[in-house]
Write a protein that binds this ligand. Sequence first.
Ligand code: NAI
Length: 474
Amino acid sequence: MAKTVDFDLVVIGSGPGGYTAAIRAAQLSMKVACIEKELKLGGTCLRVGCIPSKTLLEATEKLATARDRFSHIGIQCENVRLDLPVLMGRKDQVVSTLANGIAALFKKNKIERIVGSAAFTSPKTLKVTSSTGERTVSAAKFLIATGSAPVELPNLKFNGKHIISSDQAIALDRVPEKMVVIGAGAIGLELSSVWSRLGTKVTVLEIYHTTLPGADEEMSKLMERTLVQQGITFHFEVQATGVKEDKNGLRVRYAPKEVKPGSGATESELAADVILVAVGRKAYTDGLNLTAAGIKTDARGRISINQAFQTSTPDIFAIGDVVGGAMLAHKAEEEGIAAVELMAGKAGHVDYGTIPLVVYTAPELAWVGKTQEELTAQGVKFRIGKFRFTANSRAMCMDEAHGLVKILADEYSDRVLGVHILGPQASSLIAEAVMAMAMGASSEDIARTCHAHPSLPEAIREAALGVEGRTINS
Ligand code: NAI
């Protein structure tokens, strides 16, 4: 029989969404290729995002604990010092090991890895360009998983040296004396934590009135207080208006958010060695030549898709940061798997109401479901259960008795609508809440489930008991 196309599915992008989708497609007996322009597989998350930042967060948290808190628990250690080249070298090693792991998974699943930049030449064909030449690739179906890129501020353009994005902020070769961070979102807070722990004086400029717009406000404010105690300075409801560089060094200008940039009068200045701009990310479709394939985007450049992840060209699918919704690795993974399962005629599905969000500060903030503000705005009647980690014995043993669990449950059905945790290992604790919500649990279901003692998850059970005003330990 004459050959029609090279592959059943070509995935463009090897981030958590793309590589997971490629593996699932191979499991479903498709002939799969994955095109990636970078030499390392893994996308933003693995190369310059989640994994390097979490490696730095873990290491710097250990350093800060040893330096600032060990004596409090009876361990004296002198000369706790930073070795930045070793710290950064280990981070690079973690990234390489995991990237090689994906390459091995591709081999195991017989997925062809194609290195180069993909550009559509028609709805059925792509041209892949690399340093070694060009190649045309055809497929029955394509999945675009090209992710996102940092948003640039017009008056603070990235220069890779002093005005940087998170890509560079995870790889500085010295500890800056002063850093100004624009944006108190997940990236701003995590990287502020890293550098502040290493001795940098960090000041965060945020246009909103507290940290993390979109999070439950009580938790955002608790987070703000915690980070202030850790030495980070915040200026809220301000925007950066420009940057000045002269013989005295670099200075960021900023003004109350309602002031027009450049109007001068009410502007203030902050000295900085490095300015990290972390004001969000935008869909990345550069060079894909979407029009050749008839693919439509929305006003913000995101690829428009239907509920089956199909673009305006039905055999071309898109998932992850390049489409709408939360820009999270695990959301992209869920979508990648669902998209491929739908292509194969299976019942792929993403439960967008139970996607957890985590900010890896110390303590961590994690949540799933609705915030108190969202429920109030929607007119939903709900009850609140709360429990503080100060009353959790395991957190006390760990010397990490800070933070709060807050559960929001429907007033009539008691169904859990949202769970918010600021506390030790919140990124792991939230899994119980996600499972409970995915199963449609009530707060009473959690309250009647036996939790090991002493353990951190007991705080979740206590908060669930709190919905009925019957916590035991507070
Ligand atoms: P973000 O959207 O989470 O936060 C950006 C912050 O910048 C917001 O607080 C916003 O109010 C503020 N802002 C916007 N324009 C501003 C201006 N001109 N001046 C001052 N403040 C301004 O974006 P971020 O932190 O850059 O992260 C990008 C994406 O990556 C997000 O979707 C985030 O969820 C995701 N991400 C997730 C992580 C996690 O799950 N742990 C870690 C890192 C990123």
